[in-house]
Write a protein that binds this ligand. Structure first.
Ligand SMILES: Nc1ncnc2c1ncn2[C@@H]1O[C@H](COP(=O)(O)OP(=O)(O)O)[C@@H](O)[C@H]1O
Ligand SMILES: Nc1ccn([C@@H]2O[C@H](COP(=O)(O)OP(=O)(O)O)[C@@H](O)[C@H]2O)c(=O)n1
Ligand SMILES: [Mg+2]
Length: 217
């Protein structure tokens, strides 16, 4: 599959790939909602966290490096993350990708743009109060090494310091679609359905980081 924009190499035959990024704090419900979106709207769901965990399971040296970083709640270097993400995308013949947990910082954005020459159609932002996210993560029960209170707090800090600026970046491009993710799974999905049913010209009102529920601690 060619991951470049239609026309980039002058061929009218190249398939236009549509990408939606899904971001939000740890425990905001990205994975849960992505499964539903993929099923209802025909997207291929790629969880970047899962891709990184698969690399850990492979037993590679890169995997060992990723494991150490994840345990500390930090972010994996973008060249590694984007290379693994691009490999995963190239193995799938899909026109529509839902990329969960990406981008998480400005370096992620730049590495993705540089390597793939693509931009997301829009960015779905699941905005959830931190105390709710903490509660969800502590009862997630997936055996993850990073779902302990110490690492969870570090991940929240990384989200505030590194991911919120990327939300502002996409907001300035009119690409953020924000939903209140503090509600029930069904209620959140109802709001998401409205967004995925709209044409790309229907923009939601702009947001500012001061209005994010995740900052109401
Ligand atoms: N809206 C919600 N209300 C209550 N629990 C939720 C909601 N969305 C997800 N969960 C639960 O919270 C945990 C974290 O959800 P998950 O989808 O893994 O979040 P993320 O991928 O953003 O970390 C899971 O155990 C999930 O079942
Ligand atoms: N773009 C990304 C995504 C995940 N990660 C790493 O993977 C971890 C788990 O990501 P995840 O998306 O599975 O976590 P949740 O937000 O779903 O809980 C993060 O805390 C980072 O250490 C990363 O470094 N860069
Ligand atoms: Mg997840």
């Amino acid at each position: 599959m060619d991951l470049h924009k239609e026309g980039d190499r002058g061929s009218a035959k190249q398939k236009k790939v549509k990408i939606v990024f899904v971001i939000g704090g740890p425990g905001s419900g990205k994975g849960t909602q992505c499964k539903r979106i993929a099923q209802q709207f025909g997207y291929t769901h790629l969880s970047v966290g899962e891709i990184l965990r698969q690399e850990i399971s492979s037993g590679s040296e890169t995997g060992a490096m990723i494991q150490k970083i994840m345990k500390e709640g930090k972010l994996v270097p973008s060249d590694v993350t984007v290379r693994l993400l691009q490999q995963a995308m190239q193995g799938i013949n899909s026109g529509k990708f839902l990329i969960d947990g990406f981008p998480r910082n400005e370096e992620n954005v730049k590495a993705f743009e540089d390597l793939t020459k693509m931009e997301p159609e829009f960015v779905l932002y699941l905005d959830c109060p931190q105390d709710e996210m903490e509660k969800r993560l502590l009862s997630r029960n997936e055996g993850r090494e990073d779902d302990n209170i110490e690492t969870i707090r570090k991940r929240f800090k990384v989200f505030m310091e590194s991911t919120l600026p990327t939300i502002e970046y996409y907001e300035s491009k009119g690409k953020i679609r924000k939903v209140d993710a503090g509600k029930s799974i069904d209620e959140v999905f109802e709001s998401i359905k409205v967004i995925f049913s709209q044409g790309k010209d229907n923009k939601v009102p702009p947001i500012s980081r001061h209005k994010c529920k995740c900052l109401i601690l």
